[in-house]
Design a protein around this ligand. Structure first.
Ligand SMILES: Nc1ncnc2c1ncn2[C@@H]1O[C@H](COP(=O)(O)OP(=O)(O)O)[C@@H](O)[C@H]1O
Ligand SMILES: [Mg+2]
Length: 260
C-alpha cells in the first residue's frame, strides 16, 4: 500500500549546553494512505512535537520527513499547507477571537489564491455540521464542539490529504466527544484522508485506528496493529501498563456511574 507519511530518524532538541533537552530520539514510523494511525504515550513523551515537525511548526529537526513521497523542507512552504494540516487540542485557543468564522475560513483560501471561495466555505460548513449562518459569528459565540468543527473546517479548506490531530476531543465535554469523533471518521471515509491522531484514550484508538505507535521519552517503544493491542499482544511492559490503566479506568467509571 502507498505510504502517505514517512518519518525516518527524526531527532529534535531544545536548548543548548546544560539546558539541552533531546525531545525526539530517532523516531521512525510510516502511515499508509487512507489509514488512521494512533500515537499514544504519557504527557511529555513528544507526541505533539512529532506532529509539529510534520506541520512545519518546528523547523530545527533532523532526519527525513516525507508526505506522499515528497521530502519535506525544513521551512514551511505553500505546498506543505496544501498537503498536511493540523487540528489542535484546544479549540478555544486555536481560533482568532476577533475574526468571524467566515474570515477564519477565507484566510487560507486568500493566501493560496484560490477562487470560488464562497462556495468552498459554504460546502465545508455544511460538511462539518454547521451552516452558512455561522459565517458572521465570532468564536466566543460558539460552543466548544462548534469551535472544534470550525477548526476542522479550517484544516480541510485547502483540501489536504493528511490531517494531524492532536487530542482533538480531549478539551470537550464527554457528551460532545463522540459527535466530533464520528464527524472525523465520516470526513476521513468520504475523502480517503490519512490521519495521524494523538490521543490518550485507548477506546478512541480501538474504535478508529488501524495501527498505533507507543511513545515514551521521545522514542517509539513499539508499533502494533490495533487488533494486536486489543488482543493483549503488546510487546512492552509500558504498553501493557497503558492498556491495564485504561481498563482499570473504564471499570472505575462504570462503578461511579453505577453509584449515582
Ligand atoms: N517550544 C518548546 N521549547 C522547549 N521545550 C519544548 C517545547 N515544546 C515542547 N517541549 C518539550 O518537549 C517535550 C515533549 O513535549 P510534547 O511533544 O508537547 O509532549 P506530549 O505532546 O507527548 O505531551 C516536553 O519535555 C516539553 O517540555
Ligand atoms: Mg501533547
Amino acid at each position: 500500500m502507498k505510504t502517505m507519511i514517512d518519518v525516518r530518524h527524526l531527532n529534535l532538541e531544545f536548548g543548548e549546553g546544560e539546558k539541552r533537552n533531546q525531545v525526539l530520539c530517532d523516531v521512525n514510523f510510516s502511515v499508509a494512505a487512507g489509514e488512521i494511525y494512533g500515537l499514544v504515550g504519557e504527557s511529555g513523551s513528544g507526541k505533539t512535537t512529532v506532529l509539529k515537525c510534520l506541520a512545519g511548526l518546528f523547523t530545527h529537526w533532523q532526519g527525513e520527513l516525507a508526505i506522499d513521497g515528497k521530502p519535506l523542507e525544513h521551512n514551511i512552504g505553500h505546498g506543505r499547507c496544501r498537503m498536511v494540516q493540523m487540528v489542535f487540542q484546544d479549540p478555544y485557543g486555536s481560533l482568532h477571537p476577533r475574526h468571524t468564522i467566515g474570515d477564519i475560513l477565507e484566510e487560507p483560501l486568500q493566501i493560496h489564491g484560490m477562487n470560488d471561495r464562497d462556495r468552498r466555505i459554504n460546502t465545508l460548513l455544511d460538511k462539518v455540521g454547521l451552516n452558512r449562518a455561522f459565517r458572521d459569528r465570532y468564536p466566543h459565540q460558539l460552543s466548544g464542539g462548534q469551535r472544534q468543527r470550525v477548526a476542522i473546517a479550517r484544516a480541510l479548506i485547502l483540501e489536504p490529504q493528511v490531517l494531524l490531530l492532536d487530542e482533538p476531543t480531549s478539551a470537550l465535554d464527554v457528551s460532545v466527544q463522540a459527535e466530533i469523533l464520528n464527524l472525523l471518521a465520516d470526513l476521513q471515509q468520504e475523502a480517503k484522508l490519512t490521519y495521524l491522531m494523538v490521543t490518550h484514550d485507548l477506546g478512541v484508538i480501538a474504535h478508529l485506528c488501524q495501527t498505533v505507535a507507543v511513545m515514551q521519552y521521545g522514542k517509539i517503544l513499539e508499533t502494533l496493529t490495533v487488533d494486536a493491542l486489543v488482543n493483549g499482544e503488546a510487546q512492552t511492559d509500558y504498553t501493557r501498563m497503558l492498556v491495564n490503566a485504561s481498563q482499570q479506568y473504564s471499570r472505575e467509571m462504570a462503578r461511579e456511574v453505577a453509584v449515582y
